[in-house]
Design a protein around this ligand. Structure first.
Ligand code: BG6
Ligand code: MG
Length: 217
């Protein structure tokens, strides 16, 4: 087990290690269309990193349908979306891992930097299995283990605690605004993956995780 001096890299999953963000978007878009409204890619930015039920609330808000449905109806909708989503990710393949991920994992191992997952997704274990990367992680914290979703820092703090590493020695890799906020609140370094325009909270924005290697040297 680690000591407080150790370092840890904590990875969000969807949109950081693999482009499942596009499948989340397509599944929500499908639901929106059934409900009779358009759901745009720009609106989808607000759903990234956000829990399933909270995402549904935001989606209904975009469609002007907040407060229209019972809890039971909403649960049915979330379940339907998830079914569609799982159908898509069931066929994920290792080659869909983002470029540079495996190289970066190997680099971290070599440097003795711990590797953690900090994802809001309840489907995280299935995705890691499909991508054949479960074994790289020193700890996995997913949507089944947290009570407060991002932007609450719980998911990342829990990962650090599992490894007995202090928060200031953790670096979080995130593609969502909610996740970057969570990392900041935890007192961790927050690295954005993607487009800097969408991620003003980040300490640094890079295109893929392996672009962080020079910063670790
Ligand atoms: C996050 C995604 O990783 O997980 C969100 O960015 C998603 O889009 C959330 O809503 C919850 O995922 P799931 O798989 O439990 O519905
Ligand atoms: Mg994400």
């Amino acid at each position: 087990m680690g000591n407080m001096q150790d370092k840890c890299a904590i990875f969000d999953l969807d949109g950081v290690l693999v482009d499942t963000a596009k499948y989340h978007y397509l599944a929500w878009k499908n639901l929106a269309e059934e409900l009779g409204f358009e759901f745009t890619l720009q609106q989808n930015e607000a759903l990234k990193g956000v829990s399933r039920m909270r995402s549904l609330e935001l989606l209904l808000g975009f469609g002007g349908l907040s407060d229209r449905f019972s809890q039971e109806e909403k649960e049915g909708m979330a379940e339907k979306k998830n079914k569609l989503y799982v159908e898509k990710i069931m066929h994920l393949e290792k080659k869909e891992l983002f470029a540079g991920v495996l190289d970066f994992f190997e680099y971290l191992k070599k440097k003795d930097i711990k590797i953690a997952l900090g994802s809001a997704s309840k489907n995280a274990p299935l995705i890691l299995e499909r991508l054949e990367i479960t074994g790289y992680f020193d700890t996995i914290v997913d949507g089944t283990q947290v009570s407060k979703a991002k932007p609450d820092p719980e998911v990342f703090v829990r990962a650090a605690r599992n490894l007995k590493i202090s928060c200031e020695n953790c670096i979080v890799f995130e593609d969502s605004e909610a996740g970057l906020q969570a990392a900041k609140k935890a007192g961790m370094k927050a690295i954005g993956i993607g487009n800097a325009d969408n991620l003003p909270m980040a300490d640094l924005v890079i295109g893929s995780v392996d672009q962080y290697i020079p910063y670790l040297r």
